[in-house]
Unconditional design. Structure first.
Ligand code: FMN
Length: 424
């Protein structure tokens, strides 16, 4: 069955030349099985007649925020709640600016602010408008917001005669993009309430260990996997606490996030938050060692060689696992060789319930694996009282999707463990 079947979609149309293409988009959405309600900005009505959309959607077209009949029942809120997805195509620079600032001065922008549905924006404008600093700032504001995604703009010839970025993406590409978003939505919904009432503590990112005020040693870690797991756990209804080393990511709003720098600080924060937790997931790449002494002034270049004495950092995962044997603990192992051997060793040595192992470095084609990338593959090793160690591969996909799959596995194993009293 098509992912569009019976999905309730608001198609927002703004005042740009490409508004005529929205009619084709509407036709494709209806053909794919969606129920579509078209909302036009007042400017859009200068470009296309609402009658076309009404005929194609079999629904009245709305554009007036202060429509007395519709608003007798708070029509704008009703529409905002009705939508499974909002698609704005074409999206003008003006409407993008308003949405990015939370301005709600027409029906479409008001619905965007009042709806929890995912929003897809297909920017369409003159190439100079697209490149303008203020427009780029508005676009940047959407980054990191999970509920808003952009498709396009495409490059090419424009109605004004310019050539460059700003054309509306092809309708087929927009349809494919919507399908991907609906798939994601379906996956998010499949997680719903799986971890309701549970408290999760997650560590993410690297730690940094200062040598002097301007230099440090650290581990390679973008934090993307840990943040994706925090988001997925939150989607699954858990109360999530994230203890993060320095990364450039924004934590999901629903997550309590504590930023730390060093392994010692991470250890301290984790133990401060540990009480009443049900599940602990350690994705952070914690530095194994730190300089014995962090100099208070910048070390000057003098000798040809230099030795820095290091001391072992606390082992956060081992300490947590020893501290509370009832806590369901999951570790991560990033290995360049002998993945299974090292992962199993860590699983047993640190008395974990599960370990998620991934290969890092580069594959035989020279492609970088694990670090920084948005995709990954995981091999899970789980302690299971009947089967001994159970192994499962979560194939390569986006880190966000992988995180959702991992959460489902964790729930399964967590429930299995709790059925057995003689565990560990
Ligand atoms: C012929 C014409 C074509 C236009 N095309 C675009 C366009 O493609 N993209 C855009 O951002 N603005 C375009 N504009 C400007 C918008 O119509 C204008 O900024 C308007 O306020 C947008 O209102 P809205 O965002 O509420 O639809 C165009 C204006 C005219 C007169």
């Amino acid at each position: 069955m098509s992912l569009f079947q019976d999905k309730k979609i608001i198609l927002g149309v703004c005042g740009g030349v490409a508004a005529y293409k929205s009619a084709e988009l509407l036709r494709l959405l209806i053909k794919a099985g969606a129920q579509v309600q078209v909302v036009m900005t007042p400017s859009a009505e200068q470009f296309v007649a609402s009658m076309t959309f009404q005929a194609l959607s079999s629904n009245p077209v709305r554009s007036d925020l202060f429509d007395k009949a519709a608003e007798a029942g708070m029509g704008h809120i009703e529409l905002a709640r009705w939508a499974d997805l909002i698609l704005i195509a074409p999206a003008t620079a003006n409407t993008i600016a308003k949405i990015s600032q939370g301005v709600a001065d027409n029906l479409l922008t008001t619905i965007c602010l009042a709806s929890a549905a995912p929003l897809i924006i297909a920017p369409t404008m003159n190439q100079q408008m697209w490149r303008s600093e203020v427009n780029q700032e508005n676009i940047k504001r959407f980054k990191g917001r999970t509920a808003i995604s952009l498709i396009g703009p495409a490059r090419g010839e424009q109605a004004c005669g310019d050539n460059g970025p700003g054309r509306m993406e092809e309708t087929e590409s927009i349809m494919q993009f919507c399908e991907q978003q609906l798939q994601q939505l379906k996956e998010q919904q499949s997680l719903s309430d799986l971890l309701k009432g549970k408290k999760l503590l997650i560590t993410a990112g690297p730690t940094i260990e200062y040598i002097d005020p301007v230099r440090y040693i650290s581990n390679r870690s973008s934090g993307k996997m840990g943040y994706a797991i925090a988001r997925a756990a939150s989607e699954a209804g858990a109360e999530v606490t994230l203890v993060s080393g320095p990364v450039v990511l924004d934590a999901p709003e629903s997550v309590n996030c504590y930023k730390v720098r060093s392994a010692v600080q991470m250890h301290e924060k984790v133990f401060e938050q540990l009480d009443n937790m049900d599940i602990f997931i350690a994705t952070a790449a914690v530095a194994d060692y730190r300089p014995v002494e962090a100099k208070s002034q910048k070390i000057k270049k003098s000798q040809d060689t230099m030795t820095i004495e290091l001391v072992k950092n606390p082992d956060i995962l081992l300490d947590v696992s020893n501290h509370n044997e009832k806590l369901f603990t999951i570790g991560f192992a990033a290995e360049t060789t002998e993945l299974e051997k090292y992962a199993l060793d860590k699983l047993n040595r640190k008395k974990l319930d599960m370990i998620a192992a991934n290969r890092v470095g580069s594959d035989n084609t020279g492609r970088s694996m694990g670090f920084d990338s948005d995709t990954n593959e995981l091999v899970l090793f789980c302690k299971n009282s009947e089967a001994g160690i159970e192994q499962k591969v979560l194939p390569e996909t986006t880190k966000q999707q992988l995180a959702r799959e991992l959460i489902k596995e964790i729930v399964l194993q967590y429930e299995n463990r709790n059925k057995k009293k003689d565990w560990k």
